[in-house]
Design a protein around this ligand. Structure first.
Ligand SMILES: *Cc1c(COP(=O)(O)O)cnc(C)c1O
Length: 389
């Protein structure tokens, strides 16, 4: 018998990956599966980004690099954070990581230890609490409501803070709800964080995917006091459809970056060198490719929102960002996992159960999928719900 480390027993396998694998297996059997489970854009990486990586390969950018990341990329990121986000970071405040997921994992490793509490509003991205557990800390989950568009209020944040609170995790635009905090809401949360002298990590991976006249305010840009307490996490996966490239980054006070470089130096070392050159091209070239993808998401969002809210007893708030719709299916009487399992087995439609995100009343639809699948899947959803209610 192999005895695994205790920390692994406390970590849950990813439900998202399980459902996605089931849907793939059904497709492989020849079944016509509509998939709303994807957590990634359905577009190819833009050509000019691929060209830049190919050029880097040809130029021999194939060796070990600095664990902290290539300097030209960190300079481009610092410039982006200044111009897009009004955040005043220098290249020494930036580390390039193996995706935005690894940014957050690496951060938890350097900040969190036994006894530390991390406040996470639910619904949350499913990896946050697992990362806290792996680091030996305790997640304090704060449930939010559909009435408040699944956003934590300043009073809720204040009530969750104890003498053990180290970090608050903010994700706007949100996966899985599509909620975006308004500038006023961000400022109010910032004030609580300053008053109680805790840290905040702002996961801004969906900042470019915003609808209508919604604006994104980086919490670190509110004032000097919050800037000192902010860790900004971002990456290239969602805005530039570069999920497989594995390039993300963290911007933070230098002591945090130095600590993260230590961890990275003994674990992954540098991010794939030529992938970093693709990322430079993503930041320094025209941003039209982002707009093209956004236009497609925007069209699909309206269709999926209207179709779902037209079904009696089913509702979802209008997403302001990202590419997800978070749908309340509690009227069917099924748990989210039972609903998604049945829906996949009986109708060949893949969705993600809300329990994975800490909200069992709901399921997540990703509209990072083609219009034909969306139309067909929505038709099946409507029929399936009518059978159940
Ligand atoms: C996709 C995602 C990330 C990071 O993805 P990477 O592929 O690791 O860059 C981080 N946070 C949220 C909420 C996400 O949905």
């Amino acid at each position: 018998m192999i005895k695994l480390a205790q920390r692994i027993a406390q970590v849950n396998p990813s439900i998202t990956l399980t459902i996605t694998a089931q849907a793939k297996a059904m497709k492989a059997q020849g079944l016509d599966v509509c998939s709303f489970s994807a957590g990634e854009p359905d577009f190819d990486t833009p050509e000019h980004i691929k060209e830049a990586a190919k050029k880097a390969l040809d130029e021999g950018k194939t060796k070990y690099g600095a664990a902290v990341g290539e300097l030209p990329l960190r300079e481009a990121i610092a410039h982006k954070l200044q111009t897009d986000n009004n955040l005043n970071y220098q290249p020494e405040n930036i580390i390039v990581t193996n995706g935005g997921k690894h940014s957050l994992y690496n951060l938890m490793m350097v900040l969190i230890e036994a006894g530390d509490e991390v406040i996470i509003p639910a619904p949350y991205w499913l990896s946050y609490p697992e990362m806290v557990t792996l680091a030996g800390g305790t997640s304090v989950i704060v449930p939010t409501t559909a009435e408040n568009q699944y956003k934590i209020t300043p009073d809720q944040l204040k009530a969750a803070i104890t003498s053990k609170t180290k970090l608050f995790v903010l994700n706007s635009p949100s996966n899985p709800t599509g909620a975006v905090y308004s500038p006023q809401e961000i400022k109010a949360l910032a004030q609580i964080i300053i008053d109680h002298d805790i840290l905040v990590v702002s996961d801004e991976i969906y900042e470019k995917i915003l609808y209508d006249d919604t604006t994104h305010l980086s919490i670190g840009s509110v004032n000097e006091e919050i800037f000192k307490r902010t860790i900004t996490s971002n990456g290239f996966a969602k805005a530039y459809s570069m999920t497989g490239w594995r390039v993300g980054y963290v911007a933070a006070p230098t002591e945090i970056i130095k600590a993260m470089v230590k961890v990275q130096g003994h674990s992954t070392s540098n991010v794939c060198t030529f992938a970093q050159y693709g990322a430079i091209a993503a930041l320094t070239s025209s941003q039209d490719c982002v707009k093209t993808m956004l236009d497609a998401f925007s069209q699909r969002r309206k269709i999926i929102y209207e179709a779902i809210n037209s079904i009696p007893s089913i509702s979802a708030p209008m997403p302001q960002g990202a590419f997800y719709l978070f749908v309340d299916i509690s009227a069917t009487g099924l748990t989210s996992l039972d609903f998604c399992t049945k829906f996949l087995q009986e109708e060949n439609v893949a969705t993600i159960p809300g329990i994975a995100f800490g909200e069992d009343r709901c399921i997540r639809f990703s509209y990072a999928t083609d219009m034909a699948s969306i139309n067909k899947g929505l038709e099946k959803f409507s029929q399936f719900v009518q059978k159940l209610t």
